[in-house]
Design a protein around this ligand. Structure first.
Ligand SMILES: [Zn+2]
Ligand SMILES: [Zn+2]
Length: 382
């Protein structure tokens, strides 16, 4: 069942005599990732306070946040003695996800009374505003980011993309275009092209957005057309909010989004014989929202599990559309040592969005070893 793995983990947890911060935190995180928020908070409350650390607090806050229990999160937050930047950021993110922007702003204001401004907090606020299609707030946050972080070009590009997405989503295409062009002119042509890597017969294959350089390019695009038809038949609507550039005359929303590198790499996997049981992709940027929802449907329609690692997290799309147990994709090692893998410490808290890896599934060490080398993600010692 859905909670099978967390139950199993809990049995192991209970059998451990000397529980340390890692054991507790891993278990709290395991509950959180499986949507067992009451178990997570309960265990958190039973955990000796003196061994709770920053990561423990973040895990329990995330557990509440992802289940929409903002009051509970805030109550816990208020009881935390030492509120670090990352803990406050987690709370700002939680408020922003629930569209409680005043509360989020209040936290940021308080934080800035005694600290330099923190970029991640503003990004959390802005992406909340984007999801809420709140133009006024988005503009305000974007302007503020321009003042506060003038030298952080990469962050400002991401922010401008979020802002122009909002303009597009409310039909203000001209404005959307201006925001993008202004930003691009300011920073020059430093746009990062989306790249996805996948593995075939032990070799790494690389796709850029709209790539036509692969020898099987024609088959790949034919396959994408088939996938696209299936997707639309099953209710997928291409979401123009994720288009971050101008649309040329010979393009449309579908063709642009279908040219994203992760979709090309995915189609490439589907023209293999046999089609891999688990399809693994690695992307150099964050996966876009359209690819995210498309891949979720494709996994189900085509009955293949798909694992995508982007710069932010692992996304595991189960072919049965359900979450099935919990383990980091570096499978085969035990929960406690792996909850925080592959990168070390905090940053690295591996956050699965909907599902996690089934314990019974094959270890994916090859996936990680090869793709990590490609994009230089994480200094994993594994
Ligand atoms: Zn995409
Ligand atoms: Zn995801």
């Amino acid at each position: 069942g859905k909670v099978g793995y967390a139950d199993k983990a809990f049995k192991i947890f209970e059998s451990i005599e000397k529980r340390d911060v890692m054991t507790y935190t891993s278990m709290i995180n395991a509950f959180g990732l499986n949507g067992m928020v009451y178990e997570a908070t309960d265990l958190y409350k039973r955990m000796p306070i003196h061994i709770q650390d920053e990561i423990t607090h973040i895990c329990v806050l995330n557990a509440c946040s992802h289940s929409g229990l903002v009051d509970q999160a805030y109550a816990i937050f208020n009881n935390i003695q030492v509120k670090t930047e990352k803990i406050i950021t987690t709370m700002v993110d939680c408020f922003s996800r629930m569209f409680m922007f005043d509360e989020a702003q209040q936290l940021i204001d308080n934080f800035e009374l005694s600290h330099p401004p923190c970029l991640v907090m503003y990004m959390a606020l802005l992406s909340g505003a984007r999801n809420h299609r709140n133009l006024t707030l988005s503009k305000k946050v974007y302007q503020r980011m321009n003042c506060l972080f003038p030298d952080n070009k990469q962050a400002l590009i991401s922010a401008s993309i979020l802002l122009s997405n909002i303009y597009s989503s409310i039909g203000e295409d001209q404005q959307a275009k201006e925001v993008r062009l202004n930003r691009l002119n300011e920073i020059g042509k430093n746009r990062i092209i989306g790249i996805t890597w996948t593995e075939h017969n032990g070799e790494i294959v690389r796709f850029k957005a709209h790539d036509r350089s692969h020898p099987q390019s024609k088959e790949i695009y034919d396959e994408i057309a088939r996938i696209s038809t299936e997707l639309m038949k099953n209710g997928h609507e291409y979401d123009s909010r994720w288009i971050t550039r101008e649309i040329n005359d010979d393009e449309n929303i579908e063709s642009i989004l279908c040219g994203h590198s992760e979709k090309l790499a995915l189609a490439f996997n589907f023209i293999q014989k046999p089609i891999p049981d688990i399809i693994q992709l690695t992307k150099n940027l964050r996966i876009c929202g359209d690819c995210h929802s498309a891949v979720k449907s494709i996994a189900k329609l085509r009955q293949r599990s798909i694992l995508i690692r982007d710069t932010n997290r692992f996304h595991y799309f189960d072919k049965n559309g359900q979450s099935s147990g919990l383990l980091c994709p570096i499978a085969g090692l035990d929960l406690a040592t792996h909850i925080f893998a592959p990168e070390s410490q905090l940053e690295s808290l591996v956050r699965f969005c909907h599902a996690c890896i089934n314990m019974n599934e094959q270890p994916m060490s090859t996936f990680l070893a090869s793709t990590q080398a490609c994009i230089g993600l994480g200094q994993s010692s594994i």
